[in-house]
Design a protein around this ligand. Structure first.
Ligand code: ADP
Length: 685
């Protein structure tokens, strides 16, 4: 997986979306739950309102019926005193029983005196002429069944809602029958029904006066709310309804209010429920859910953190791997050698551009092909190369590294080319997993090697020819030369006395020329003989060799009065002895020959050990050599001095050089002109 920073962004994005979904769900659930609770409570509230309306209706219908029935009795018995007549007393008692003791019917005389049934004496119990339920029966527009303002009984001291009815016929001086619905009694009924703790049930008269409320609030009883907005906008306008309000006249709490007008009485039943009460379970559930979601969010956050850290670490590791891979790839692709990877079956798993170019896979894909079948199927001569003989398959078998030279790889176009390759097994815990072939096209190298061999053969052939020619020429040249010299001698001997001076001089020049030419031919013969003869290589004591060379030069040494020294500690080396004697004889001879006219020649021969051999040097105090000629003097016929000063042919040092080179050594000269020269000869040990 390629883990770029964008992937981290994706992870963060996904986790963000998860959190969003989670909190979205919490919000939606909470909102819908709230709505559901409010809707379901609306229904409950409406049902409660209907029930309260039924109960209130029953209550007031019962009160009206009781007063009406009592009034009928008075009309039917105009001459009887209701306060003392047992049948009326029994009727009133029965009616009270039917209302569960809630209705106590009382009589008010035309002068406003209050009497119980049965009458408790001739005097009224109280004067109630000022009460609205008495006054209402004296006015035509309010006369009839009347529901009064709640009052505290002047007899019992309890709150009650008075209802009254006028007495038209009978009853003596009784003008009004009335009953007080005790608030305590209805409180019990409605208290059980209200939604606690802050829900309420109330009865409102159509003119806006509170007749009753549970829970009981004394200041609310008798309160007129006709001027309040909630009355004007709700109770005054419709028969039933539901709304939300914060009723300032109770406790200011927000409530859901349901109301319904009674069918037959100017009364409105109001049932309320505290919004807080309704939503309390929802609040608890929402809080729990929010807490859980919070915990889940924290867990997701932590998870994200851990994940991002892990991803970052992995990214870092991947980057390093990628860099290493790219570096390796760069090395492989820019390498000049063909590099090819194969699996255990010998099929190509990798091939670098150089290999592709060499094998002809620039345009086709070799991956998966068998390398032996594709590019290594035949031997250099074109005969089939069985797979089991192939060093590559052997390496696939044993994991060993093999270096192979002189095989042929075949291009896709059928042309072969010589290769040199190394095949290395890829080992994983001791098991061969494949191999890597590093190969090189050696056509150019083989061609130049071949050319070089050809050149060397050609060179040695022409050298041999040259030597053969020089030998034959010098050998055969001496014969006519000898003839010329002997006839010149004969001429001198026979006609010498008769010839004049000039003629005798000419004869002398001719004889000297022939002599010099003979010397030249002898030296040339000598030069060409080196290498022509095959003398044995043997262990040679260099001390003996140098002593022999000095001995051969005895005459010259005596003549020149020179001092020749040879140091001890000379090595024993495997060389051609005669060649070595000639070499040192030439060098010491030159040292004697090119001596300084003003000093006694001193020649010192010494030897020192070198890294891979010995350096023997011949030092003199002679004329010395100008450094610019230090190479030239080793060439054939090269001389620095004219014949009239020093005899010589210019072959001596050429012979020295040839002998040293045949012994795989080297010769060179160090010199200070006028002071002397030192010739060094390096001979390998
Ligand atoms: P030749 O001695 O026959 O002339 P060589 O090949 O031996 O030929 O020497 C080549 C030349 O090198 C000589 O002519 C001489 O000028 C110079 N030469 C050789 N050895 C010495 C030496 N020891 N000191 C000074 N010059 C030398």
């Amino acid at each position: 997986m390629d883990l770029r920073p964008s992937n981290r962004r994706i992870v963060v994005g996904l986790l963000g979306v998860m959190l969003l979904v989670l909190w979205g769900f919490v919000a939606y659930w909470s909102w819908s739950q709230r709505k559901k609770i409010l809707v379901s409570n609306t229904v409950i509230l409406e049902q409660l309102t209907t029930a309260a309306e039924e109960q209130t209706l029953r209550l007031f219908r019962h009160a009206e019926t009781s007063l009406t029935v009592s009034n009928h009795w008075l009309a039917e018995h105009p001459h009887l005193d209701p306060g003392d007549t047992p049948s009326f007393i029994a009727l009133v008692d029965r009616l009270r029983h039917m209302s569960d003791g809630m209705l106590e019917i009382r009589m008010v005389t035309r002068s406003g005196g209050l009497h119980y049934i049965p009458r408790r004496g001739p005097r009224p119990l109280a004067d109630v002429s000022d009460r609205d339920y008495v006054k209402a029966q004296t006015r035509m527009e309010t006369r009839g069944f009347f529901i009064g303002n709640p009052v505290i009984s002047r007899v019992s001291g309890k709150w009650g809602i008075p209802v009254s009815i006028p007495v038209d016929k009978g009853g003596g001086d009784v003008g009004v029958l009335f009953a007080a619905i005790e608030l305590d009694r209805i409180t019990k009924t409605f208290e059980a029904e209200r939604i606690k703790p802050s829900g309420s049930v109330a009865i409102l008269r159509a003119d806006g006066t509170f007749l009753f409320r549970v829970p009981q609030e004394d200041h609310v009883i008798g309160l007129n709310i006709a001027d309040t907005p909630s009355f004007k906008e709700n109770y005054a306008l419709s028969l039933r309804g539901i709304f939300r309000s914060s009723s300032q006249f109770v406790d200011g709490k927000e409530r859901m209010v349901s109301f319904q007008r009674l069918r037959d009485y100017p009364l409105i039943v109001i049932v309320t429920a505290g919004i807080d009460d309704l939503l309390a379970p929802w609040r608890r559930e929402t809080a729990t859910l929010v807490a859980i979601a919070g915990l889940v969010s924290v867990a997701i956050g932590l998870l994200a953190l851990i994940l991002l850290r892990a991803m970052k670490a992995e990214e870092k590791a991947q980057k390093a791997t990628e860099r290493a891979r790219r570096e390796a790839e760069l090395i492989l692709t820019t390498a000049g050698e063909g590099i090819c990877g194969i699996d255990t079956a010998g099929n190509v798993t990798f091939m670098n551009p150089a290999a592709r170019a060499m094998l002809g896979w620039e345009h086709d894909n070799p991956i998966g092909l068998n390398l032996h079948a594709a590019n290594h199927h035949s031997r250099p001569d074109g005969s089939t190369y069985p797979g089991e003989d192939c060093p590559v398959s052997r390496t696939l078998g044993d994991g060993e590294t093999r270096e192979v030279l002189g095989e042929t790889f075949w291009r896709t176009n059928g042309a072969g080319f010589p290769v040199e390759f190394i095949v290395t097994g890829i080992l994983d815990e001791g098991t061969v997993k494949g191999a890597v072939l590093v190969f090189r096209d050696i056509s150019d190298r083989l061609a130049s090697e071949q050319a070089l061999t050809l050149q060397a053969t050609e060179l040695s052939r022409s050298n041999a020819d040259l030597e053969q020619f020089a030998y034959v020429a010098s050998h055969d040249l001496r014969e006519p030369l000898r003839q010329v010299a002997s006839f010149v001698s004969l001429l001198e001997r026979r006609y010498g006395p008769t010839l004049d001076g000039d003629a005798r001089d000419y004869i002398t020049y001719a004889r000297d020329g022939a002599k010099r030419m003979d010397r030249l031919i002898i030296d040339l013969l000598e030069f060409s003989r080196i290498g022509h003869r095959s003398l044995p290589v043997e262990a040679v004591n260099m001390g003996d060799v140098i002593d022999e060379a000095i001995a051969n030069l005895r005459t010259a040494i005596v003549e020149s009065g020179a001092q020749v020294e040879r140091s001890s500690g000379m090595p024993v080396l495997r060389l051609v002895r005669d060649d070595m004697v000639r070499l040192f004889q030439n060098l010491i001879g030159n040292a004697l020959k090119y001596s300084h006219p003003e000093r006694t020649p001193i020649v010192r021969v010494a030897a020192r050990k070198d890294a891979d051999g010995w350096v023997v040097s011949v030092a003199d105090n002679g004329l010395g050599i100008d450094p610019q000629f230090s190479e030239r003097i080793f060439g054939i016929f090269q001389r620095l001095h004219t014949r009239d000063k020093f005899e010589g042919t210019g072959i001596g040092l050429a012979i020295v050089k040839k002998i040293v080179e045949r012994a795989d050594g080297r010769v060179w000269v160090d010199s200070v002109p006028g002071e002397g020269s030192t010739f060094h000869v390096f001979l390998p040990a």
